[in-house]
Every structure is written in C-alpha cells, then in structure tokens.
Design a protein around this ligand. Structure first.
Ligand code: FAD
Length: 379
C-alpha cells in the first residue's frame, strides 16, 4: 500500500465523525419524518434550503479548492459525506450539476472571471445549473448536435432545442454545447457556453418520466445572447470541454449517493426475503455486487488523490456500468417478489432505475469506451 492510500484514511475517520455530528442535527425533521406528506412545492423548498444549510455548515463543495469557497478536501471525503448523508436521510439539493460538473469544468478550463462570477453562487446554493447537451437527434452521438451559436457583435446568438435537461425548471443558468463552426468538421465545430436562463428566448417544457416524476425538461433557445466572456475554452474547443464534463459525470460523487440507495434497497430485500432459500443465490449476488460498487468507489477516490486521470476515467466508466446495472437487478427482484405492502416503493424504484443505464452515457456506450480505450479492441 502507498502512503497516498494510508494518509487520507486516517483523516477520513476524523472527517466522518464530524460529518455525522453535523448531519445528526442538520437534516430537517419534516423531510426525514414526513416526506410523504409534503407537496412537490414543499419538497422543492426543503431541497433548496438544504443547499444553503450545507454551505453554512461548511459541507458545500468538499473537494473544491478553498479559494473558490470549497473545503479543499478530496473525492474520498465527498464520497464519505454522500454515504453518510444518505444514511441520515438528508435531502438531495439542487446544486448537484453546478458542484459536480460546472465547478470542476470552470476550474480546469474556465477563465478567472468566470470562476469568480459563477462558483460562489453555486457553493452557497443561490444558483442552480443545468446541462444542455442532448438534443432530440443527438444523445449517444453527442457530436451530432444541431444547436447553433452564430457570431454577433460582442458574442453569439444561440438557436436550437435541447432535451432531457435535468433541473431546467429550477435553473438560473445552463451550460450549453452548440455549433459555432458548421464547416469545421466533426469534433472541431463546437463551443461551450454559459447561458443565463432568465432572458427572453429561453423556453422550458416539463417532461414527465415513466415513474411520474418530473426531473427534466425540453429547453428551447431562440436568439439567446451569450457574451464572448461566457464561452468556455476557445471557439471550436467545445468537444474537448464536453468530454471532460462527461468524465466527471461518470465518476465518484454521483455514484456515492446511488450506492447508499442501492445498499438500502438490498438491505430491505435481505430483510423480507433473506430466510427463503429460493432467493439465497440472487440475494448473495446482489449483496456482493453492492459491496463491489463501494470498493470501486473508494478506488476511484484513491486514483483521484494520486492524480491519475487516465486510470480515473477508466475506473469511472467501469463504476457507472457496475452500479447502474446492479440497481436495475435489485429493483427487478423487489417488484413482484417483495411483500405487496412494499410494492408502491418497489414499482417507483423499478421505473426510476430504468433511466440510469441511459444518462451520463448508456451502458452500450460505456462498453464501447472500455472495449476501445481499455482493451484496445478495434472499432
Ligand atoms: C434521467 C435522465 C436525465 C438526463 N439528464 C440530462 C441532462 O441534464 N442534460 C443532457 O444534456 N442530457 C440528459 N440526459 C440525456 C442522456 O444523456 C441521453 O439520454 C443519453 O446520452 C442517450 O441518448 P439518447 O436518449 O438520444 O439515446 P440514443 O443515443 O438514441 O440511444 C438509443 C439506444 O441506442 C444505443 N446506442 C446508441 N449509439 C450506440 C453505439 N454507437 N453503439 C451501441 N449502442 C448504441 C444506446 O445505448 C441506446 O440503448 C438525461 C437522460 C436521462 C434518462
């Protein structure tokens, strides 16, 4: 074992007990004890307030450097905190896209002005962000997006439609991938923009998911102005910036929250089916795979702490495949096999879990990445 593995673990024990203490009083009781009775508006209010509570308590942006308002810790602390927050039944805030995607993107390739202007209001929970990548005809084949950003005096005018935009209904800003150089050829024709959603020309229509929840929307941009200062990277560098963002999306922070949910679902199944021999083999398989997700999460955190970006990207793709397919297998067992009184929970989880092998890169795309970049197989 290297020192880099041993050092953080000692610190993490101390961090974990502090975080547990914070969570024991910070999680709102009306969320923990009466979530089922809240209207969706009240739930949104609690979630927005939670972002602010995290900031006040010093638990916002744990892995973001202190000069940008974070705690300057590592991915390992982020993961530990998410696991503990899940166990403490903490709400899920609205600043997830801002913290786990926008902030790392701006730190890596944004300008000093963009960092100073946008990161503080993500950290303190004031501004929600959404991600404008997918379009009706471009999801897995992201390079095929058709939204256009046309050069005008001082900036660009964006026109086009984005779809499956999570948090769009709540978002003050969106980071949008659009074509700026239609003749430059695939991968060199795109640029990334930071778009103010509260301006004329932006329209949002809810999309209801199969589970009944409304987590995303269709977002249209009609002659929406973006100043030059809100382009991330050079004109034509959008593909490189987008690939960076997708790497973060497949990595650890997102998965930590999911791990807790899967662990809790598996524990629930063990409780109701654990003494029935006909389920023993399936339950053992799900239990072991859940712990493997936890180990892979910690491996991702360790790779991040030693700065091995290549290995981190590979481990992230493996992790995304592991947890998303596992959760679908867990909910498949719950539906129809767990007791009837629990079926409302299981049918919701089953329907929600359909989406997880699609977003952030579908399972087929993850397998393509692993085949080509890890195993070196031909395209
Ligand atoms: C819950 C949820 C939230 C989302 N949030 C956002 C968001 O906030 N912002 C955003 O921009 N997007 C978001 N998305 C969109 C998501 O990124 C896309 O759905 C995803 O990239 C797949 O694209 P698609 O839906 O167009 O499917 P398609 O790309 O049309 O794929 C259809 C099927 O074909 C398979 N396929 C496609 N190409 C290949 C290939 N080369 N080899 C093998 N199989 C292939 C896919 O795996 C899939 O099974 C979200 C999606 C979901 C489900």
């Amino acid at each position: 074992m290297t020192t880099s593995t041993l050092e953080p673990i000692r610190d993490i024990d101390r961090f974990a007990s502090e975080a547990e203490e914070f969570l024991s009083t910070a999680v709102p009781s009306r969320w923990k004890e009466a979530r089922g009775t809240l209207t969706s508006h009240e739930m949104d209010e609690v979630r927005r307030q939670w972002d602010f509570t995290l900031w006040e308590g010093g638990y916002s942006g744990l892995s973001i450097p202190t000069e940008y308002g974070g705690r300057g810790l590592g991915l390992a602390e982020e993961i530990v905190f998410h696991v503990l927050a899940g166990k403490a039944q903490a709400p899920d805030g609205f600043t997830r896209v801002g913290k786990s995607l926008v902030t790392p993107m701006l730190i890596a390739v944004g300008t000093e002005q963009q960092r100073a202007q946008y990161i503080p209001s993500i950290m303190n929970g004031q501004e929600v962000w959404c991600q404008g990548f997918s379009e009706p005809q471009a999801g897995s084949d992201l390079a095929n997006i058709q939204a256009k950003a046309r050069r005008v005096d001082g900036g660009y005018l964006i026109n086009g439609s984005k779809t499956w935009t999570s948090f769009a209904q709540h978002a003050r800003r969106c980071f949008v991938l659009a074509q700026t150089q239609p003749d430059a050829g695939r991968y060199r024709n795109l640029s990334m923009f930071l778009v103010d959603m509260e301006q004329p020309g932006v329209s949002i229509s809810d999309i209801r998911q199969i589970s009944g929840a409304v987590h995303f929307a269709e977002t249209r941009f009609e002659n929406v102005f973006v100043p030059d200062s809100d382009r991330v990277g050079d004109d034509g560098d959008g593909w490189k910036v987008a690939m960076r963002v997708l790497g973060d999306e497949r990595g650890g922070i997102e998965t930590a929250a999911r791990y807790v949910e899967i662990r809790s679902d598996v524990d629930a199944l063990l409780e109701v089916l654990g003494d029935r021999p006909e389920y023993a083999s399936r339950l053992r398989d799900l239990d072991i795979r859940t712990e493997l997700v936890h180990w892979q999460l910690m491996k991702v955190a360790d790779l991040e702490s030693v700065g091995d970006d290549e290995a981190l990207a590979r481990a992230g793709a493996v992790l995304k495949l592991m947890w998303s397919e596992l959760w679908q297998d867990v909910t498949r067992l719950g539906v129809g096999h767990a007791p009837v009184v629990q079926q409302k929970h299981w049918s919701y989880q089953y329907l929600e879990s359909r989406a997880v092998t699609i977003y952030g890169g579908s399972s087929e795309i993850q397998r393509n990445i692993l085949a080509e970049r890890v195993l070196g197989l031909p395209k």
